[in-house]
Design a protein around this ligand. Sequence first.
Ligand SMILES: NC(=O)c1ccc[n+]([C@@H]2O[C@H](COP(=O)([O-])OP(=O)(O)OC[C@H]3O[C@@H](n4cnc5c(N)ncnc54)[C@H](O)[C@@H]3O)[C@@H](O)[C@H]2O)c1
Ligand SMILES: O=C[C@H](O)CS(=O)(=O)O
Length: 479
Amino acid sequence: MNLKSARHLVNGSWHTAGSAKDVTDPGNGSTVGEVAWGTAGDATKAADAAAEAFGSWSRTTVRQRADLLRTAAELLADRRDELAHTLALEAGKRLPEAQGEVDFSVEYFRWFAEEARRTTGTVSPPELQGRRHLSTRKPIGVALSLTPWNFPVSIQARKLAAMLAAGCTVVGRVSEKAPLAATGLFEVLHDAGFPAGVVNLVHGPSREITAALMSHPAVRAVSFTGSTGVGRQIMASASERVVRPLLELGGNAPFIVFEDADLDAAVEGAVLGRLRNTGQSCVAANRFLVQDSIAEEFAQKLGARFDAMSIGHGVPDDGAPVPDLGPVIDADRVSAVQALVDDAEERGARRVTQRTSVPAQGSFLAPTLLADVPDDAPLVTEEVFGPAAGVVTFSSEEEAIRKANATEMGLAAYVWSGSPRRGWDIPEQLEAGIVGVNDPLPSVAFAPMGGAKQSGLGREGSSLGLEEFEEVQYVAWRP
Ligand SMILES: NC(=O)c1ccc[n+]([C@@H]2O[C@H](COP(=O)([O-])OP(=O)(O)OC[C@H]3O[C@@H](n4cnc5c(N)ncnc54)[C@H](O)[C@@H]3O)[C@@H](O)[C@H]2O)c1
Ligand SMILES: O=C[C@H](O)CS(=O)(=O)O
């Protein structure tokens, strides 16, 4: 595999048209590889190839598609360590988390290989003698898969596996901040034997490439994961040609801890929920809502866990242990998270964690927990996307739910309680697409992933993920 150079894949051939940009390691600023920097013309060629391939690919049998997806899953599993190593370097991940991301990606190919075979329709009983009514599901057309840097492999896998299972052809664009391992994923698909033009990839300036792809007449669906701001722009441009949008956008997940929760388990859940991928996950626990009777104990225990974390490069030199926390993606993310923390402190929030020093080279931040955070502090009203969070208190179930829902975001939410009743009742009242009850890591390939409110439209994974790339056709038939 060529994991040093992220090239374009167009109509079954790899190339590096245009200029190139360096890809850097957030853990030390060194160059990891380079990404080809194409133009709108390259994007149009990729969409042309996908359009040309659609006719024959959309008519393959589900058996053929399932077999290729299974082959891709096996090949991806074989290349796991190589891909994970590059992914860890370019995205600043801890090596075990990068390995976990590739393993998770394999699951999407396995799941959609199976799900492809369940693309069934219905036959409705007629009201007139002899008449027939059938509905069938067909691939929607050329689909775009546009993804961010935080889980660059698994988010592409979630989209690509569903699109290909449905019978769509694809053009992908990945974030220039972490394009190498994701390009390795496209190489897996190419090597697995997907026919020329079925899977295409183009790198380059986001606006120009996306605009060219969105205006291509064969493009019928766009699946975008990223910030809500860019998601709005994608949705606006999708309206011009009535392209079907699937949007997985930002979050602001409340992590609600009731006084009947197992406190130590809640603290461990909070560590994972907040600090997985150095806090840069769309489903991350963004703010801690804790019942006032246990809030101080929760904050002290969580603060102590944060303070005890080792911080360093996610792929340490030979023999050294992997640290508990890696870098964030770049210096801009360091400043953005730091600004939220400084602002909350200026508003009167109390620092629970110590001021730990971090490695001088690379984009590092010490994990930070603040208590007594005012309800209107951006640290709790905005998506932090980094290793910092605030604790806000509540006194009743009603107050917890009101505060949890007081956001335009609605991707994930977490509830920690020992009460089975609360396990049922609270999720029903939360405006979130995903709820973890005593579970900080809800994502699995076979369950629907997606958000409510401004966190997005549509669902990925599960059987619903396949339907996003299908068109239902109804046939009324008088034999
Ligand atoms: N809901 C989810 O499943 C999910 C998953 C991961 C990340 N996210 C969200 O993504 C955000 C962080 O990722 P990010 O910083 O890469 O997001 P981003 O929106 O800045 O970028 C996402 C992708 O869009 C591209 N892009 C940027 N500006 C664009 C434009 N004007 N037109 C077209 N494309 C453009 C980027 O190059 C990148 O590939 C967070 O808000 C996070 O919550 C959501
Ligand atoms: O950033 C969002 C990720 O897609 C979250 S998860 O890997 O699905 O949990």
